[in-house]
Design a protein around this ligand. Structure first.
Ligand code: COA
Length: 373
């Protein structure tokens, strides 16, 4: 059995950003237009959104997005991403490659050093051919590639697989990529969810620990774990069979088929499950939360993370112990915890423990216990 490390981490954040105020202005302009129609037809009127509520309820101040004009246009309210010909690099592969190249640079490796690409995300651009295979071709990695997903635990679950494949000797170096273009599937006309998400791409290089490896700032992955339990509280119904339920199967009706969530239930249930997961996972290694120098938690809600830590530690825990990137980036689904890791480890010392832990749709939780080399 090989010892396994994360030898490189790469993050790509799209440049355009949207503030709460901009998002709320556009949402409210749409509500005013929609309510004129609803009033005329006697339908229930919609309520406006509010930026103070957003900050208070979620902690999000801004989010970065692949394309902002289409999202902010109250007559559209979705990113405008032109279709590309089949022989052009697809957007998801391009976004994945942007962070993958940074991860390889960080690891001091070239694409042919990689013998497996796993592209794991909440929303893939298409089912096949796999985005990972497109990345493999475009970058020149060896071996194979496949796609997978586990909601906001997508990166953590792919890390779980990659680590165990390397540990078992099935692959030498695995590139785990999580390109989250979540705005592509977000319902910007839904007051409950329109403010939550942003786009980001992250990649990690997973390989065996070679004798004499002197690369600084690398983490040994001591263990990984994934937990799931069925819940409909975060759900999308868009899929292969969507059209078969419709009168006109050649026109897809998106009503009810975009992301929906019962936020307050998710908050309560995942907080309890997340804290239990952390305490049990650490206990299996003879560790308590106090022994962990840093927690890189899923970035969905600042209050939720504070609560998970409070339950785990028995007291409040500061941001230095569990840094947040949510305020700036919004919830970037599977990418969030890895962005937090990438931005918050330079001050750690050799031997320090860290816990990467993501949670979300499924429900699902994925964790990796790391120790700085
Ligand atoms: N603007 C203003 N008010 C809003 C609003 C908005 N955009 N959205 C909801 N509200 C209102 C509701 O109508 C409700 O009003 P009422 O009390 O008069 O009925 C009130 O705010 C509280 O709604 P609720 O849904 O209970 O809010 P919340 O405090 O739970 O916050 C979330 C909502 C989504 C921020 C929060 O539940 C959350 O982050 N949950 C976890 C989500 C998560 O982790 N998802 C994982 C995905 S990866």
């Amino acid at each position: 059995m090989h010892r396994v490390i994360i030898s490189g981490i790469g993050v790509e954040i799209p440049e355009p950003s949207i503030t709460n105020e901009e998002l709320v202005d556009s949402f409210n302009a749409w509500v005013e237009m929609e309510n004129v129609r609803r009033q005329a037809s006697g339908e229930t009127l919609l309520q406006k959104s509010d930026s103070d509520f957003i900050v208070h309820a979620s902690g999000v101040q801004t989010r970065h997005v692949i394309e902002r004009e289409g999202i902010l246009d109250p007559t559209r309210m979705a990113p405008r991403i032109p279709a590309r010909p089949d022989d052009a690099l697809s957007l998801e592969a391009e976004f994945g490659i942007a962070s993958a190249r940074k991860a390889l640079d960080h690891a001091g490796l070239e694409p042919p050093d990689v013998d497996l690409v796993i592209c794991s995300a909440s929303h893939h651009q298409r089912p096949y051919p796999a985005i990972a295979i497109e990345m493999q071709q475009a970058m020149g990695t060896k071996g194979a590639g496949f796609d997978m997903g586990l909601g906001c635990s997508s990166a953590a679950a792919a890390l779980h697989i990659a680590v165990n494949l390397v540990r078992a000797g099935a692959h030498r170096r695995v590139l785990v990529t999580t390109p989250e273009i979540i705005t592509g599937h977000l319902n910007f006309r839904d007051r409950q969810t329109h403010f939550i998400f942003g786009d980001a791409s992250v990649s990690m290089v997973v390989e065996g620990l070679a004798q004499g490896d002197k690369r600084p700032g690398r983490f040994e992955v001591l263990d990984t774990r994934t937990w799931t339990q069925m819940s409909n509280n975060i759900r999308t119904n868009l899929g292969y069979y969507t059209r078969t339920a419709q009168d006109d199967p050649y026109m897809i009706n998106l009503e009810g088929n975009l992301i929906k969530q019962v936020g307050n239930k998710v908050f309560k249930e995942v907080t309890v499950a997340g804290h239990k997961f952390i305490v049990e996972f650490l206990a299996e290694h003879g560790l308590t939360p106090q022994a962990i120098r840093r927690f890189w938690l899923h970035q969905a809600n600042a209050r939720m993370n504070a609560m998970i830590l409070k339950l785990s530690f028995g007291h409040e825990v500061g941001h230095d112990r569990a840094p947040m990137v949510l305020e700036r980036l919004g919830n970037t689904a599977g990418a969030g915890a890895v962005v937090a890791l990438s931005e918050n480890h330079a001050d750690m010392n050799a031997g320090d423990y860290g816990l990467l832990c993501a949670f979300g749709a499924g429900y699902s939780i994925g964790g990796a216990l790391l120790r700085m080399l």
